[in-house]
Write a protein that binds this ligand. Structure first.
Ligand code: SF4
Length: 347
């Protein structure tokens, strides 16, 4: 059986699990191609106007299966991936919200993953999926263990990855990015600056959607992302908050950001926000305040389908120039920066 898996949204966090799971059951996952102009345009045509860029991209990737031979398309409903947190409501709405976009005649296979109700509920959902595929319970349990092992292994490799190129190797996309592999030694070499790049995994790791921000930054700085921060460090960073962040992505982004803010070696933070994302509007503001308290340079960039590369490059260059000036003269704060700090009560 060949099962279509869109290279969007849940792909960037959960593909290793589903890869291990289905491979153990003898089912081949077939990915849609990496995001490109055609996929983005198709997504813009098909998706509702009001949704965020990542959902528009999902629509484009689903449409791409018109040209790929598969027996069905897999669209999991990711409700909760750890106790005490939820994914965003727009993700909870998949597969129904995108069902009309699936090429006609192609069956949709789905499973609800909800760890909030404990391991038992998650196991029940996968056993049900296995039953629909005609697989015995024992095989499904083995597949689950294989999926978890695969996800753990990939996460550990990504945590140690030194750049975009390595990250993509661990995600199984190395064949698509030969130019990155060739640049690997240069990416890992000592760089004068260290910048943390934060945001949703499906924006940070989709080079087309983010206008190659990682590659642009890598030319001047060593780039760190949330996947480089361990789960324990994230838990430590969010411990003691007045109110828990119950969005999984928000918690990971904020926790990683807090830990980068406290890290001496990180020179500045860039938050890539998706236009129209409700959780981003809150998390990015919390991070901006935390960064200001510690006088850590911070910049937010909002991306949507209309964002242009020239504007992005100018903002990145200006930010990097500012970081270099601060490195040369440690206490340097621009006049507007001083005023902002005075009003925030930090100085
Ligand atoms: S968290 Fe934000 S970017 Fe992600 S799917 Fe939800 S609204 Fe879109």
């Amino acid at each position: 059986m060949r099962l279509g898996f869109p290279r969007a949204l849940f792909f960037y966090d959960h593909y290793p699990f589903w890869f291990g799971f289905f491979q153990t059951l003898g089912i081949q996952l077939v990915l849609s191609p990496p995001t490109c102009k055609r996929i983005l345009e198709e997504g813009l045509k098909k998706a509702n106007d009001g949704v965020c860029l990542p959902l528009k991209l999902l629509a484009g990737h689903i449409a791409a299966f018109r040209q790929i031979e598969v027996d069905a398309i897999f669209l999991p409903r990711m409700v909760s991936v750890e106790a005490g947190t939820y994914l965003c409501p727009k993700m909870l709405g998949v597969p129904e919200s995108v069902a009309a976009l699936v090429p006609s005649g192609l069956p949709v296979l789905s499973a609800t993953v909800n760890w909030r109700d404990g391991r038992g509920a998650a196991e029940k959902a996968l056993l049900d999926l296995g039953r629909r595929l005609g697989k015995p319970k024992k095989a499904v349990r083995e597949a689950w263990e294989a999926g978890m092992a695969c996800e753990r292994a990939v996460r550990e490799r990504q945590r140690q990855a030194a750049g975009a190129a390595e990250y993509f190797v661990w995600l199984g996309q190395e064949d698509k990015r030969p130019e990155d592999r060739a640049r690997l030694p240069a990416l890992i070499g000592a760089k004068p600056l260290r910048i943390a790049l934060l945001g949703h995994s499906y924006l940070i790791h989709d080079a087309y959607a983010n206008l190659q921000v990682w590659e642009k930054l890598s030319a001047k700085a060593e780039v760190r992302v949330a996947e480089n921060v361990s789960g324990a460090e994230i838990e430590q960073a969010v411990a003691g908050m007045h109110k828990k962040i119950f969005w999984s992505h928000g918690k990971r982004i904020f926790g990683a950001g807090r830990s980068f803010i406290d890290e001496e070696e990180i020179d500045g933070l860039i938050y890539l926000s998706c236009f129209g994302c409700g959780t981003d509007s809150m998390v990015q503001d919390m991070l901006a305040r935390a960064a200001r308290e510690k006088r850590k340079p911070y910049m937010m960039i909002t991306l949507d389908e209309h964002s242009g590369e020239a504007g992005l490059a100018t903002r990145l260059e200006a930010f990097i120039d500012m970081l270099e000036r601060r490195k040369r003269s440690e206490d340097h704060l621009s006049a507007p920066g001083k005023r902002l700090d005075r009003h925030s009560g930090v100085i």
